[in-house]
Each structure stands twice: as C-alpha cells, then as structure tokens.
Design a protein around this ligand. Structure first.
Ligand code: UDP
Length: 361
C-alpha cells in the first residue's frame, strides 16, 4: 500500500479533493487526510465533509486566522510533524491557498514527492496572494495535474518539464457531476421565495475587492443598481461580511428588499442556486468554472483571471474592478452560450488515479 497524504484547508479544497479521496480508497493507496483548519466555521468546512461524504480528517492541525505569514508558518510546523510520523509516498496539495503552498514546502524540504492538483493556473497578477501560492507550489511540485491546456503552456514557460505535467480536467467539476441530480432536489429557491432564472447570484470575497472601504462601497453600490434590474441574492463570504460590519456599512445593505444577503450555503444548496440563476456576478475562481459548466452567464469583477478557458469556451466575462456601468454589462450579456470545456466531464479523478498508479507510485 502506498501512503498518500492529502492536505486540505479551505472550502474550495474540500470540493476538489472529495472525488479523488473517494477513488483512492482502494487496496493500492492508504489515504491520510490532513485538514489544516484554515476554514473552520461549520458552513465553510464540516458541512462540506458531510455533504460530499469526505471521511473525517485523520489530523486536524487547528491553524486558523493570523496573517498570511503566521498561518503559513503554523501550517508548516504542524505538517512537518504529520509527515515525519507518516512518511508518506506522496503528498497531494490542491489549488492555491496557504495550506497548499505550506504543505508543499514542508514536503519538498523532507524530500517527499508532491503532486499539485490544479497546477499551472496564472492570473499574472502578483498582487494576488493566491498567485504567489500557485507559482511557488508549482515550482517545487513533482507532478502537475492541470485543468486546461493553457496551464500546460504556463508551466512550460516556467521551465517545468512536460513529462511531469498531465492534462486531466477539473476535479471540482467531478464533484459537480457526481452530485448533479441532488441540486434539483434542494429547496433553497422555495426558502428564498425565488423562481428559476429570475435572479442574479452574487459572491464577492477577493481581498482586492472587499478589504478597502472605498472599493467595497463602490462594489456594493453597483450591486444595489443591479438589484433594481433583477432580484439579487448575495451569498456572503465571512470576510466580506466582517469588512462591511467593520466599515459600518452592513446595516445599510441588509435592509434592502431587492437584495437578499445570506450566509454561506452548503454545497448542494449553493449549486442549486447557481444552476438556476439567470446570471452570476462573482470574483470566485470556482464559481467562474462552475457557472461555465452550467452555461450560466458570469460577470467576473476582476481585471484578470487565472481561468481564461472560462472566457474562451465558458460563459465568463471580465468586467474589471473599475467597471463603469455594471447594469449595462448585465443587459449586454450573452445569454446563449452552450459550449463545453475539454475534459470537464466528471472523470478527472479517474484519470489522476490511473496516472498515479501506473506512473508515479
Ligand atoms: N460554495 C458553496 N457555498 C457558498 C459559496 C461557495 O458551496 O456559499 C462553493 C462553490 O462550489 C465554489 C466553491 O465553494 O465554487 C469555492 O469557493 P470560493 O469562492 O470561496 O473560493 P475560490 O474558488 O474563489 O478560491
């Protein structure tokens, strides 16, 4: 049996790891699951373990909060103890969060083999903390599993050998495909008194959009204008809510009838809400991808995206963070897009397992 440590810490990690962990639960691999604790609220963590049938973590490192450096350092210290104890044949890290880069750094310093799921994505914007995490994680990982062909080009341009890169598709979409039939059974629309395709779904949480008072105010005013055109549901990340409260703005928006602000949802309810929305306004990486899969038009409030495939083939349009007239962007959206993205077919984890088994360990 080959011992494989999976390191997860944040909401998007859980969704990306769930299908792979399940498939690797066989007589070739022994899975060890490490939850760093980066996300810890029930509705940002435990709920995903329950809904996606992820086994209970073998180790919970309990690292949360703090600055980027404190968090990364604490995760490194705790990961080292686990890796020393378990001597894994492979460490798998997911996406672009602090847990991913911290675990990869520790593993490589201990001469362990590291695989990065969702390697090669680049926004080419080094002011994004996630971009730094991506570049460092890829530069030291041994095996790179990529979701799209442009990621292969990015890795090649950074000197990473082609023989260590595998275009396998998107494990986040594997979860979506696996649970697809459950989305229609959710009662979230009834609970929110909404009907299909009459509302916009909004999620915004990137530091560049929500950490500065003026940026956030401008963004919220844009959202209010959209809510005068069509109903809006803002599924609010804790970071955004905390900042609105800190800036004394939360009450102003909470009171509006046209804009429903709700707490983060579990996976099934959120995906139902996304699938049945008329359009999505977001700055989330995962939501750009999922909305493309659902063929729901998506406006991304960023100047760049590390997921250009969602623009070329999917439903995504970048409107930049300094958009002039968001209502105009909503009116001019292309609502007739129905192309699919290569290998986003629900079988990426199967391809990863096959490669790991036959070529890696
Ligand atoms: N998500 C969810 N409930 C929510 C908001 C998001 O289940 O209330 C899921 C959704 O599948 C999304 C994923 O969490 O794609 C990633 O979340 P987030 O936007 O926080 O992270 P990012 O992809 O931007 O790193």
């Amino acid at each position: 049996m080959k011992v494989v440590v999976h390191v997860v810490g944040a909401r998007p990690n859980f969704i990306k790891a769930a299908p792979l962990i399940k498939l690797m639960n066989n007589d070739h691999f022994q899975n060890i699951l490490v939850h760093t604790g980066q996300h810890f609220d029930y509705n940002m963590s435990q709920q995903f373990f329950e809904e996606l049938n992820i086994p209970k973590p073998d180790f919970n490192l309990g690292v949360s909060g703090g600055s980027h450096s404190e968090q990364t350092a604490d995760i490194m210290i705790e990961c080292e103890k686990v890796f020393l104890e378990q001597s894994p044949d492979l460490v798998i890290v997911y996406g672009d969060v602090n847990s991913s880069v911290a675990a990869a750094l520790v593993a490589k310093k201990m001469h362990l083999k590291v695989a990065h799921i969702e390697a090669g994505l680049r926004s080419f914007d080094r002011s994004m903390p996630e971009e730094i995490n991506r570049i460092i994680t890829d530069s030291i990982s041994d095996i790179h599993f990529v979701t799209c062909r442009d990621a292969l080009v990015n890795l090649k341009n950074e000197g990473i050998k082609a023989e260590n890169c595998y275009f396998v598709g998107n494990t986040m979409i594997d979860s979506l495909v696996e649970f697809y039939e459950k989305f229609d059974k959710s009662s979230v629309l009834q609970k929110l008194s909404l009907t299909e395709k009459e509302y916009a779904l909004i999620t915004l949480h990137r530091p560049s959009n929500v950490d500065d008072k003026n940026e956030l105010l401008q963004l919220m005013e844009g959202v209010v204008k959209v809510s005068e055109l069509l109903k809006c549901v803002f599924v609010m990340h804790p970071r955004t809510k905390n900042n609105l409260c800190k800036f004394g703005l939360y009450e102003r928006y909470e009171k509006l009838d046209s804009l429903k602000i709700i707490e983060p949802l579990g996976y099934i309810d959120f995906m139902c809400l996304q699938k049945k929305s008329k359009l999505v306004i977001t700055d989330s990486g995962g939501v750009q991808e999922e909305s493309s899969f659902f063929h729901v038009p998506c406006l991304t409030v960023r100047d760049n995206t590390e997921r250009p495939i969602t623009i070329k083939k999917g439903t995504n349009t970048l409107i930049g963070s300094n958009y002039k007239d968001i209502c105009n962007d909503v009116r001019n959206m292309n609502y007739n897009i129905n192309s699919d993205i290569e290998l986003w077919d629900g079988k990426s984890s199967e391809r990863i397992v096959e490669i790991l088994k036959t070529k890696i360990i």
